[in-house]
Write a new protein. Sequence first.
Length: 462
Amino acid sequence: MPAPDLETIVSLAKRRGFVFPSAEIYGGFANAYDYGPLGIELKRNIREAWWRSMVRERDDVVGLDAALITNPQVWVGSGHVANFTDPLVDCKKCQRRFRADHLEEGAYGEIIRDANGNIVCPNDGGELTEPRQFNMMFRTQVGPVADESAIAYLPPETAQGIFVNFDNVAQSMRKKLPFGIAQTRVSFRNEITPGRFIFRTLEFEQMEMEYFCRPPKDRNNPAEYLELHRHWINERLNWYINVVGIAPERLRLRDHDKDELSHYSAGTTDIEYLFPWGWGELEGIAARTDFDLSSHGALSGKPLSYFDEETNEHVVPWVIEPAAGLSRTLAVTLLEAYTEEPDEKGENRVVLKFRPNIAPIKVAVLPLSKNEVLRPTARRVYDLVRPLWMAQYDETQSIGRRYRRQDEIGTPLCVTVDFQTVGEKGEAGDDAVTIRERDSQAQVRVPISGLVAALRERLGSS
Ligand code: GAP
């Protein structure tokens, strides 16, 4: 099925409690969104899937959770104060401001040009100024005095907390090269291009890992290092396909041109997804060399190096950084999962076909109808299931409508308790329930005593 349009996803995300426009009662706020009850479950599951493959299933990667607001020198050492800029242009007529590179990509709608072929203001056709560099970091102030010395920054990436803790982690965890440090956390950027839902927001979660390795013998010919870069590009691409369940034909790799490389990178490859508006970045895998460790070592006066017992010398490790966007991956899981197809009666149903590990609700327990006789057993089944999986109990409206609602939020399995379960007219019940599968809509009857095993078989280790 072709990917749905963005409006369909934005509307479903709001209607079903995934993502809401932020502060909607005040008219919203550009590039800010709130995550609802199902959105946070979906986010937690994606984060958990990432942590599982990057940390839990490996013995060479450990985790970290560094402070968000920290010594501002970190952002001087990292180069962000000087270099984390984007080119902005102003309209000379309406004074609106645009990102020059986003204008060229058509992010503000149709590209309009004047008679000389120059791009003009998408709002009123006015002439645009020459691009000026604009730092994307948010500034804040720490402490009781609001002067220059109190300036601190909200982090625009999670990576720097990892670099400045390199020595602490290596020493305390007795790590030997190569090893990685992983972190998932919120980052902030003063994004001025509106639209495109949670693709580009002021605050967003990132899932980043810095993989430290021995420096190459020849800086100008780092063959092994480039091989390691390639290795992580493949690992990460396979994660999106095999763990998140993204169709390979909607993923591609794109190497950055020299002129678009970040200030720290010797080479970056993006994993891109085919969004409804075209290809867009999902993750960047950067070859950061020893840029960050060397730079922090020089500025702080505390060298961030590693004692290599093989060669008996201190070396500054080189780094490969797979940097993924959690919020962006969440948008992609919604786009990928969205399906419209006929239900049992041939009527159109909307189904979010999440993989079980990603689905926010794994099991819904549904008594056939709202009924005093069914309720105690249905609640017993719910109590059995919910310590093990994220579950919902629902007894309102017809069973058909409740199946539709669960389909629309992507619940892989519904468990129905009916009169055969509890018995009718003095007859004993069979103490069995029906499991209904979301995708096939197939129904199978299992005894309550075997329900947990039957669910586990279908849900795997999710
Ligand atoms: N530490 C490297 C780094 O931050 P990046 O390519 O700027 O690299 C990594 O960001 C990922 O973070 C991107 O691929 C994207 O998924 C996500 N990301 C970046 N800016 C974002 C924004 N404003 N809103 C949502 N996600 C964003």
